[in-house]
Ligand binder design. Structure first.
Ligand code: ADE
Length: 313
């Protein structure tokens, strides 16, 4: 389109949706539960200053072959003008249990529930990270799916489905190899609390997609730790680095904690159950200071499948 709008934007979609209740507020804007053709949908309403996030998220959701049970299902995007004010909407499936962050605050988990959450989240990240080649030699229109780095993995950006599995949401910062090629040093970044050591000490190659995948794996390890802590004997739900970092910590403070002190959330080595001990050692590998030690999503998935298969009690 001449205006440079993403292809999938439907200017009439918002007219068919009625907003019912606000279910979330943040720096990005708001999330509402709405009704669309008798179905509950989630409507993310972006602040107009954050049009870049809306545009990127719309673009990423429009990627062919992105649909997956562990990726939030996209319905459409809409840009409308209301009293000469631009409104940016992103409409997806609605999940009444809300984010993993809210879910963990509400309930403790059995090992089985913990495993369903961890496996499905890793499965979603694996799909995102995977480059699916098109059938290159058969037809010029056949397409694959590019590898995508999320860049803002955290428990607030993961949703819990009623079947106990999770799906990954919030693609406002996501990047493919095409975006990474034009990455700028001062560009928008993810949540400071979940930033990897190489993001914090600014030693990573910002033009390398694999480097961003490793950052996702570090953040995933922090999420897995949050989930593990809710299995009996459960502690209260806490964000990673809750003792060292207040709400909305500075970049400098996080750099001191993660890079200088080399601190990580504590994992009791008193786990007697083999599944919990296996989870702990997996998490340690995935938040390693040296990003090349961190496991790829496929390896994490295989390890989790093995731990789940051996857990008979
Ligand atoms: N909070 C943010 N996104 C949501 C969604 N799709 N469903 C339910 N709660 C949400």
């Amino acid at each position: 389109s001449g205006s440079g709008l993403p292809l999938m934007v439907q200017r009439t979609l918002s007219k068919q949706v009625s907003l019912l209740e606000c279910v979330g507020k943040g720096r990005y804007g708001e999330v509402w539960r709405g009704l669309w053709c008798a179905d509950s949908v989630a409507v993310k309403i972006f602040f107009s200053r954050d049009e870049a996030s809306w545009r990127r998220e719309t673009e990423i959701y429009s990627t062919v072959l992105l649909r997956h049970t562990n990726i939030l299902a996209y319905i459409g995007s809409d840009m409308t003008s209301r009293n000469s004010c631009t409104q940016l909407w992103l409409i997806t499936h609605f999940h009444p249990l809300g984010s993993l962050y809210e879910h963990l605050a509400r309930t403790t988990l059995t090992r089985h529930q913990m495993m369903a959450i961890c496996l499905s989240t890793v499965n979603g990240l694996l799909h995102l990270h995977t480059d699916i080649h098109g059938t290159q030699y058969t037809h010029e229109t056949s397409q694959g799916k590019p590898a995508i780095a999320h860049r803002d993995i955290k428990s607030k950006n993961i949703l819990v489905k009623v079947n106990g599995e999770c799906c990954i949401a919030d693609f406002g910062l996501a990047m493919t190899a095409a975006h990474v090629a034009h990455a700028q040093p001062g560009a928008r970044q993810g949540t400071k609390r979940y930033m990897s050591p190489e993001l914090l000490d600014q030693t990573m190659n910002i033009h390398c997609l694999e480097a961003y995948r490793k950052c996702d794996i570090y953040a995933l390890a922090l999420v897995l730790w949050e989930v593990l802590a809710r299995v009996p004997p459960a502690r209260e739900a806490r964000p990673p680095f809750h003792a060292q970092a207040p709400a909305d910590p500075s970049f400098e403070l996080m750099r001191k904690i993660v890079c200088v002190d080399g601190a990580r959330p504590d994992l009791p080595d008193t786990f007697t159950h083999p599944t919990m001990a296996g989870m702990a050692s997996l998490i340690r590998e995935c938040w390693h200071q040296n990003s090349s030690v961190r496991l790829p999503a496929l390896r994490i998935k295989k390890t989790l499948l093995k731990l789940a298969a051996n857990d008979n009690s």
